[in-house]
Design a protein around this ligand. Structure first.
Ligand SMILES: NC(=O)C1=CN([C@@H]2O[C@H](COP(=O)(O)OP(=O)(O)OC[C@H]3O[C@@H](n4cnc5c(N)ncnc54)[C@H](OP(=O)(O)O)[C@@H]3O)[C@@H](O)[C@H]2O)C=CC1
Ligand SMILES: O=C(CO)COP(=O)(O)O
Length: 348
């Protein structure tokens, strides 16, 4: 297939390796001329993926229109906050070309202020008549390891009934196993909200807390992600899979994770702005904490870790207050709140 990858950042670049290894004709679009030149001339992307040599077939362009014209399938590999303007521009260019687009996005987060899922943002920006299919690819997959062809497993979930198998073949190979799912809400919520938990655990790690506290945060974090997801209509089983517990483990326990590392930086006294600038790559958990907090209020779902991180990051509550809010909140059974939500769903 002819595939265009929109975004020359960490994950877009690592996926270009996978897609090229599967004998697809791979073109990357990036807005930065230097990065594009380096991919074309040196077959590296040293800003985003140090020490990785890209296959020489992979080409890059600064022309979004060339990428659109080239593509039988488009991989949208930009951060959440760039998804709306990028899709708006693709849609504008497509008024001339009138292509039916097969779209796969890989962003993990919720849009700030609208609190929307990325797939809904895409649908808002690209005319329905031009969308042939729209899927999300998500799961435990650090760009650094995918680019080194380390065995990784992900899930491809689609919003529309579509020929997922054809898209699966673009990505799947012996080091990149792709499962399919029809639970796009669950897959997007898991991918987005694990960043909140990873940020929290980075913070805890930096502050010197131990394994008990981290295990509690991962487990109770998954519980609150499952509560919100189930309330919004996701399949609770999705959270037991790769895009739930799987991505939570990989992000909340690894120095590859920008969210985890951002938490560590914050624990050393850096401001949010300083930590994000130092990272030089997107830290989706920051905006997603705000958006998920808003959703928890809207849907009346208890999300204590998200709630505490939100108040810690944006309203300056103390560590002491944060722990009191978490450890001394109203007594409850371990699965009581989730069970209530599940019962509500059954009654509907
Ligand atoms: N890194 C990873 O391991 C994984 C990341 N993801 C998700 O993928 C998404 C992207 O992450 P990642 O690749 O790591 O991010 P990076 O920060 O590494 O790269 C972001 C890329 O997006 C480009 N970009 C940003 N804004 C625009 C815009 N308006 N127009 C065009 N290009 C733009 C940047 O271009 P420029 O260089 O010019 O700034 C850069 O190439 C995130 O939502 C992340 O959660 C998913 C799975 C794994
Ligand atoms: O989603 C990821 C791995 O699956 C990467 O997470 P970070 O954005 O925290 O680096």
């Amino acid at each position: 297939m002819k595939v265009s990858i929109i975004g020359t950042g960490s994950f877009g670049t690592s996926l270009s390796v996978v897609i090229d290894d599967n004998n697809n004709d791979t073109l990357m679009y990036g807005r930065n001329q230097e990065v594009v030149d380096e991919i074309n001339n040196e077959h590296t992307n040293s800003q985003y993926l140090k020490e990785v040599v890209l296959p020489s077939n992979i080409r890059a362009t600064t022309s979004l229109e060339d990428a659109l014209v080239h593509a039988e399938l488009i991989v949208l590999a930009v951060p959440v906050n760039a998804m709306r303007p990028v899709c708006r521009e693709i849609n504008r260019l497509n008024q001339t070309h009138k292509k039916k687009l097969i779209l796969v996005h890989i962003a993990k987060g919720l849009e700030l202020n609208t609190n929307m899922f990325v797939s809904d943002v895409i649908v808002e920006e690209i005319d329905a008549a031009y969308i042939d299919s729209l899927s999300v690819l998500s799961g435990p997959s650090h760009a650094e390891e995918v680019a080194l062809r380390q065995p990784s497993t992900v899930v491809l979930a689609s919003k529309y009934p579509t020929d997922l198998r054809k898209i699966q073949d673009v990505f799947m190979n012996r080091y990149f196993r792709v499962y399919t799912s029809d639970d796009i809400i669950g897959v997007e919520i898991g991918g987005a909200l694990k960043n909140i938990i990873a940020l929290s655990i980075g913070l805890l790690h930096g502050l010197g807390f131990g394994d008990n506290t981290k295990a509690a945060t991962i487990t109770r974090g998954l519980q609150e992600i499952t509560r919100l997801g189930t309330k919004i209509g996701a399949d609770p089983l999705t959270f037991l899979g790769l895009t739930g517990i799987g991505d939570l483990i990989v992000t909340a326990t690894s120095m590859h994770s920008r969210n985890y590392r951002c938490g560590i930086m914050l624990s050393s006294g850096m401001s949010l702005e300083e930590a994000q600038a130092e990272m030089g790559m997107v830290v989706e958990g920051v905006n997603t904490t705000k958006a998920a907090y808003a959703l928890s209020q809207k849907y009346n779902v208890e999300m204590p870790i998200t709630n505490v991180l939100y108040h810690y990051l944006f309203h300056g509550i103390s560590q002491e207050e944060a722990f009191t809010k978490l450890m001394m909140r109203d007594k409850t059974g371990e699965t009581e709140e989730l069970r209530e939500i599940l019962n509500e769903q059954v009654e509907r």
